[in-house]
Design a protein. Structure first.
Length: 132
């Protein structure tokens, strides 16, 4: 992962969100957050949206993280809120971790242990996604 000097700015609202979680969930999401902040391109913005950390580029939401009611960590890779023409769009998931809701909207939903097991792969996928 990238060094701390290359991380995008941390959002105080994400800090507060993590402070409100059980310590196990907060620790896991903090590790994931650090990975995402370390690979996000300069100018990416971290905020809270849809009840979880969100990462946007040029005002377009690209990655949203959260914990679902069953305790699974959910990572949504998308190209914004509005439907975008996906003609000719493709993204190669060489990990098999992503469930594609549409050609340009992928969801990773894993148990916390699985997130830790695949953290480097997930962060690498997100790095590629954020550079589309």
């Amino acid at each position: 992962m990238t060094g701390a000097s290359n991380m995008i700015a941390a959002s105080p609202e994400v800090d507060r969100y993590l402070d409100g979680l059980a310590s196990e969930q907060a620790d896991l999401l903090s590790r994931l957050r650090d990975g995402i902040r370390g690979v996000a391109p300069a100018g990416a913005v971290e905020s809270i949206k849809w009840n979880g950390p969100n990462y946007a580029i040029d005002g377009t939401d690209r990655v949203t993280v959260g914990v679902d009611p069953r305790g699974k960590v959910r990572i949504v890779m998308h190209r914004g809120v509005k439907i975008v023409d996906a003609d000719g769009f493709s993204f190669d998931d060489d990990t098999g971790l992503v469930r594609w809701a549409a050609v340009d909207r992928g969801v990773i939903a894993l148990d916390p242990v699985e997130i830790d097991e695949h953290l480097d792969e997930i962060v690498a996928l997100i790095a590629r996604w954020l550079r589309l």
